[in-house]
Write a protein that binds this ligand. Structure first.
Ligand code: ISL
Length: 565
């Protein structure tokens, strides 16, 4: 087992004198809001972990910036563009998988969890990124994928070669088929990407043989977490990255891993492709919590390192179990990402998310978009209205206590792209028999500059997903010079959130508000108003800090939000 010693402190950004270790106070960061009372936060506050109110910026590395001209983004491309993140004012990066992978699911099929894929620039590129980001006071967290490996992983290749019954197969979930010739899968589970969750292998003797479980693509066999070798190897992976200065992990399918004994058939829950439900036996088996306790034991050896679980569990009490003091530090809460632009539903989602976190005195988290659920502008109707609503909801999210996740391109107001069939790459498209287009539309590369695709993303015209010509107006360069752009708006919003004491406190108090609107107040004094109706909303008295759309006479137009103090 690795050395187990906490990482060299020289690798980490210096903790700030207030004890939070946050780069917020670092001289390397942009100055807090020049608009007036942007005083540093009260020094009397008790020390908090650096992530307790962080803004995480999710980088989908294929799509961020391409440094070597192959049409696919990479780590040096990201390092070259870190100034964008500094100007935006984020605290940390969440990097989607960059480890060695055949890329059947764009990196979520991991063939070597302790090396970086050459497509992304190899290990040296990650080391350069970590050093450069830390220099700028930005932390780096990365995806780890414990539920499954790639079918190209040496363990799986060994399992295939070994044939039934050997220890090599026991690292995965191999079973004999049902029916006289074993032609029927061991149970009726479906893959999240569509089609059966089982694939039958050809045995070393050339005959059809056992089946293996894969909750996702055929090329993503599920690991057997009852086998102690699996955790031992995962521990090695966690330590490997922590020793190299990574500041924490986003744990993929953190509610997966543990499976019910005997893998019973599932009732027909009518669950759609890319969806899950709380009754679903594929996920959230209670024995998963023992795994999280083991993971936490490793994390606790590296003070400041954070674990963030992807927990698709709807029930508050069951979701909160993952945030017990000896399990995850943070859990994604996806309620806002699943909520329409409706004041009542938004308030319910916020109250529910706060209540869920409160069960374990955990830090609330907020997500509107990611590489799976699609972009906000499109979800809220697209076009001008979709963009206006996306900006408004960003203000709601950024006004709430806790941790915020932004998905790259959200700060530019990018919509989902309607891609032609031949461009689609998400395994969901094939596995669903071309009934579900999958998630490619929200993964199109970022436009940086210039008038034509690839807009500075790459020097190669043929980017891995095509970029729409009309994105010229949405590029970082174009938006940087426009004070009314969505990018300028996000920069300003994050600066205020970072610099103003009014964002302090953990409570949210709802004020009386007309139908189809909501107004809440934070302990520090911030008021956030959202108008999801079709008539102007008269704002409460107070000084306006920011609005997502121009105001007339202190009234908030439909599809917009405002911050007041
Ligand atoms: O997409 C979803 C909800 O909209 C989920 O069902 C999602 O597919 C699932 O929660 C797991 O997602 C994660 O693991 C997958 C990978 O394809 C996703 O990109 C990742 O976020 C398999 O590793």
């Amino acid at each position: 087992m690795g050395s187990g010693s906490p990482r060299a402190s020289a690798r980490r950004p210096e903790p700030n004198p207030m004890g939070s270790g946050s780069p917020r106070a670092s001289a390397r960061r942009p100055e807090p809001n020049p608009m007036g009372s942007g005083s540093p936060r009260a020094s009397a506050r008790r020390p908090e972990p650096w992530w307790s109110r962080a803004v995480f910026y999710q980088v989908y590395p294929r799509s961020f910036a391409d440094s070597d001209g192959d049409g696919v983004g990479d780590l040096d491309g990201l390092t070259d563009r870190l100034d964008h993140l500094v100007e935006l004012g984020v605290d940390a990066i969440w990097l989607n998988p960059v480890t060695v992978s055949p890329m059947a699911d764009h990196g979520y099929d991991v063939a070597d969890p302790r090396d970086v894929d050459p497509l992304f620039g190899g290990m040296v590129a990650l080391e350069r990124l970590i050093a450069a980001a830390h220099q700028l006071g930005i932390r780096v967290t990365m995806d780890v994928v414990p539920n499954h490996t790639s079918s190209a992983h040496p363990w799986f290749q060994a399992a295939l070669a070994a044939g039934p019954g050997g220890t090599a197969r026991d690292r995965y979930l191999f079973r004999d088929g049902r029916g006289p010739d074993g032609t029927v899968p061991p149970n009726n589970w479906k893959s999240v990407f569509g089609g059966p969750a089982w694939t039958r292998v050809v045995e070393p003797n050339g005959k059809p043989g056992q089946w293996y479980l894969h909750l996702f693509d055929t090329e993503q066999p599920d690991l057997n977490w009852d086998n102690p070798e699996v955790f031992a190897d995962f521990e090695k992976t966690l330590r490997f990255w922590l020793e190299r200065g990574v500041d924490g992990f986003r744990i993929d399918v953190a509610h997966g891993m543990a499976k019910p004994p005997d893998l019973p058939d599932s009732p027909d829950l009518g669950i759609a492709v890319l969806q899950q439900s709380d009754d679903d036996p594929r996920f959230n088996h209670p024995s998963v919590h023992a795994i999280h306790r083991d993971i936490r034991t490793v994390m606790d050896r590296y003070p400041g390192a954070v674990s963030i679980g992807e927990v698709w569990v709807q029930d508050n009490a069951r979701w909160a179990e993952y945030l017990r003091p000896d399990e995850l530090h943070l859990g994604f809460n996806f309620r806002l990402a699943r909520t329409d632009f409706d004041a009542t539903e938004i308030r319910d989602a916020v109250e529910n998310s706060l209540a869920a976190a409160a069960i374990e005195a955990a830090t609330p988290t907020w997500t509107l978009a990611n590489h799976d659920v699609g972009r906000v502008v499109t979800r809220y109707g697209g076009g001008e209205v979709g963009l206006a609503r996306a900006r408004a909801m960003a203000m709601v999210m950024l006004a709430l206590p806790g941790v915020v996740f932004l998905y790259n391109g959200q700060e530019l107001g990018l919509p989902d792209v309607e891609l032609p069939d031949e461009a689609l790459q998400d395994p969901t498209w094939e596995r669903s028999g071309h009934t579900e287009r999958g998630r490619d539309g929200c993964r199109v590369p970022i436009p940086w500059c210039g008038d034509n695709p690839p807009f500075g993303f790459s020097t190669h015209a043929d980017t891995w997903l095509p970029m729409p010509p009309e994105w010229a107006a949405l590029s970082v360069e174009e938006q940087s010079i426009d004070p009314d752009s969505t990018l300028s708006f996000f920069r300003h919003a994050l600066q205020l959130r970072r610099g103003r004491d009014e964002f302090d406190g953990t409570d949210v108090q709802w004020l009386t508000a007309p139908k189809d609107t909501l107004i809440f107040r934070r302990g520090g004094g911030l008021m956030c108003a959202l108008n999801a109706g079709d008539r102007p909303l008269a704002l409460p008295a107070g000084e306006l800090l920011l609005a997502s759309a121009p105001l007339a006479d202190h009234t908030l137009p439909p599809d917009s939000a405002a911050w007041l103090v």
